[in-house]
Ligand binder design. Sequence first.
Ligand SMILES: [Zn+2]
Length: 247
Amino acid sequence: MCNSENHSHPTRRKFFQLTGASVVGAAVLSSQLLSTNVHAASKDDKAPPKPQNVLTPKEALDHLMQGNARYVDGVARRHDFRHDRDALTAGQNPYAAVLSCSDSRIAPEYAFDSARGDIFAVRVAGNFVSNEGLGSLEYAVAVLKTPLVMVLGHDGCGAVSAAVKMQKDKASYPGKIQEIARSLTPSVQKVLAEKGDLLDNAIRQNVIDTVDKLKNSSLILSEAVSSRKLMIVGGIYELATGKVKLI
Ligand SMILES: [Zn+2]
């Protein structure tokens, strides 16, 4: 464990230097400088612990959806967590990052029939973007070279439902739950006049808005998208079937 800690420090240090540079001089940080720093971080990388996870964005999406198809059909693979333990002690190279709701019914590792080291999961009720969530995804992309980010909403989402009730019935919630509902309100407001079920429409709109936000509010992510190293997609998990439908 001590060796693995030492191994990870240079990469981690460079990432935080990079983050610091983004904060201090975001306006003047050219994309070329960013590329150089990201590239410098990659020089510290050794052979990836899971070579099969080195995929193009399109391959990563196919892989993820194939895993979901197995999960839906009830033919999930048997994952032997013992044999990959050594490789994963030294590092990680997940092929997908998933920003999903915290809802206990949609654990992304199960939904995509994945093993340890496959999915970098960021979870918050309502699957919206916080600064910390964005930083986590930037880390996955800039340092771990994850080629795919999926924003995963789900039907019957309690967090989005809370935002809908706040909007329509002036509902209020205790503690920080109110903050979550408030964060989701802009997406609800966009679909108030739309036909169909308001909650379903708001859930979908929230995923669309979250994908847009990831694409447009992070230099690290937008640079990776424009250089075709990263794809950012949205999906909705259907509780009754387990199926993830891409938006
Ligand atoms: Zn939810």
